[in-house]
Design a protein around this ligand. Sequence first.
Ligand code: DAH
Length: 345
Amino acid sequence: MEYKISEIREASERLRKKFDSLEDKRAILRAPELLALYEQIKTLPQDKRAAFGKELNGLKSDLESLVSSYRPRLKKLSRIDVTAPFDTNIPPEDRPKLLPAEFGSKHPLMVERQIIIDIFGRMGFTAVESREIDDDYHMFSSLNFPPEHPARDDYDTFVTDEGLIAPAHTSTMQNRILRQGKKDLKEGKSIAVIIPDRVFRNEDLDARHEHTFYQIEGIYVDKGIHAGHLVATIRTWLSSYYGKDINIKIQPFYFPFTEPSFEFAASCIFCEGRGCNVCSYTGWIELGGCGMIHPNVLKEAQIDPEIYTGFAWGFGIDRLVMLKYNIEDVRHFQSGNLAFLRQFS
Ligand code: DAH
């Protein structure tokens, strides 16, 4: 718009210069110079007011279109591997400064995760980190889920347009662990690995369901391994974690990556199987899935299923910790609620 009133013309030039230097571009609409011009209307003689007001509104709408058409010039950044751990991409000087440790405490899930890692360490297992972004091959194909197989629907999760997946289970690491462990098998050692890490699901949230939670995956492979080893390993671990003898129950289930597959339940640690409100009066608590690793999963990692067999399991860590401390709602863990967290510090 062309401004006939010199005051408005000059203000327009000043405001445009100011606009260029502003970080928050919308702030120009609240600039004191603009507000002062509106204030000035009242002081003008009646016959000048209409023309002044019209031009001033014109200036305001020019500034509004300046704001809405503004597109920041984006800096060109070098490519990064978005699936890599944080410290691979960010140089030390650009990492966020951490708060002094004395202001905080460890999150209960991290404390319990370490306790579980220590128990498995004593049982001869090594712990490996999973990835928080993965792909279809590791989430499904390498685990014997054929394309379009309905079992894929059990793992509703978050996928980017490029096909990157927020892993819905720690089983995404199985193929990597098996491939890496192949040489250990050849040297007569077993594969004994746990993966206690974060997973993501598109869930309807409630006291038992959270979109982000932790799982502990376990993988064991050697010659002559059978389901008895699976049961004994998990029972030993759980009894050590809860500090008491735990009775267990396995029943048939279906997972594409195990055959046979089982659902695993432990006797309720509160009522010791008699029945209470924690176990819905059944005496049992579901902890997760497990089974003998499917021959196709071993073959996919170039391990000969005629020579080697193995077992695997995936349990929810949040669920284990809830049981240990009688926590009634899984959502406390991700809530950042200090009253909750301080009980564990
Ligand atoms: N990945 C499965 C889940 O999240 C749990 C699971 C079942 C893991 C059986 C395993 C397994 O390793 O053998 O639902």
